[in-house]
Write a protein that binds this ligand. Structure first.
Ligand SMILES: Cc1cc2nc3c(=O)[nH]c(=O)nc-3n(C[C@H](O)[C@H](O)[C@H](O)COP(=O)(O)O)c2cc1C
Length: 306
């Protein structure tokens, strides 16, 4: 049997398959379809200081091999997350990672401080830095090395829990942003968030999504995700969590070979909430058929031609 345990910072996950933020609610909606404890971990929907309705509809549209979304960070806000969600996680036997979003450094800090001030058994935090910063002309934190460094440093001082910075692919040099996160004390980075996309109805000449620009996810973005993980893992020494278009066990292997230590499954959960577990079964099957005794044999083991 293959050893499929993997380490992210000081945390050992029972397996490398987590579910991605925004595609699995707060974790509790799907527990009648899936044994959550069999997942390597759950990353919950982005939480902001105040509750958010999100963008007006239409905010989701299907595309060939993927989907476009512009949900606009609809969420229940940190106070309800603390009172309603955190208690539900105490019975879970899997890693629960809270995803935090904000439009200023202060907002991210506020959310984390409030969560850290109550007793909870979260495994850690994933920081969604693909959010426009109101203080810097709407520029996303995730496109700027200095903003990424400052935000990560501030959050690092607030917690000893796992701190993962989630990177946007909509940048010139994703590896440089990852280096800033590492230098500021992040335990890991995750990549990628959605790729900027757009869809127009040729007859009405209107956008198919209210906000016009939105985020592409699903199999269409897998090559972008794999390339991002490869570039990042060549430039930093903390673990990388691969995200983007994973729907099969072999997709997981591809991400590990590119340098990921674990992965997150997103859009596939919309096909079936138990997608993560069928992907896990396929991954285990692949490892056994290929005589892989330990998952670490795959990490960054990309072979050259020669
Ligand atoms: C409907 C939807 C909502 C999402 N919401 C969030 C979110 O709240 N926070 C976040 O960090 N990422 C969010 N994401 C991005 C996913 O976590 C993931 O990074 C992305 O979809 C790529 O993975 P995939 O191709 O497997 O879906 C969302 C994605 C989708 C499709």
């Amino acid at each position: 049997m293959t050893n499929i345990k993997t380490k992210i910072g000081k945390v050992e996950l029972t397996n490398p398959i987590l579910v991605a933020s925004g595609t699995f609610g707060y974790g509790e909606e799907s527990d009648e379809f899936i044994d959550l404890n069999q997942l390597g971990g759950i990353v919950t929907k982005s939480i902001t200081v105040h509750p958010r309705e999100g963008n007006p509809s239409p905010r989701i549209v299907e595309t060939p091999s993927g989907m476009l979304n512009s949900i606009g960070l609809a969420n229940i806000g940190v106070e309800r997350y603390i009172s309603e969600m955190l208690p539900k996680y105490t019975d879970l036997d899997t890693a629960v990672i809270m995803n935090i979003a904000g439009s200023s450094q202060e907002e991210y800090i506020d959310v984390m401080k409030r969560v850290e001030s109550v007793s909870n058994n979260l495994t850690g935090y994933e920081i969604n830095i693909s959010c426009p910063n109101v203080g810097k002309d709407g520029m996303e934190f995730g496109v700027d090395c200095d903003l990424t460094f400052q935000l990560t440093s501030e959050l690092r001082q607030l917690t000893e829990k796992l701190l993962i910075i989630k990177l946007s692919p909509n940048v010139t040099d994703i590896a440089a942003i990852a280096q800033s996160a590492e230098a500021a004390g992040a335990d890991a980075v995750s990549a990628i968030n959605t790729v900027v996309g757009m869809s127009i109805n040729p007859v009405t000449r209107k956008s198919n999504v209210y906000t016009k620009l939105c985020g592409l996810s699903g199999p269409a973005i897998k090559p972008v995700g794999v390339a991002s993980v490869y570039q990042i893992s060549q430039s930093i020494s903390i673990p990388v969590i691969g995200i983007g278009g994973i729907i099969t066990g072999e997709d997981v292997v591809e991400y590990l070979l590119a340098g990921a230590s674990a992965v997150q499954v997103g859009t596939a959960n919309y096909r079936h909430p138990a997608a993560g577990l069928s992907i896990l079964d396929e991954f285990i099957d692949f490892c056994e058929k290929n005589n892989i005794s330990d998952l670490t044999e795959l990490i960054a083991d990309l072979q050259d031609d020669s």
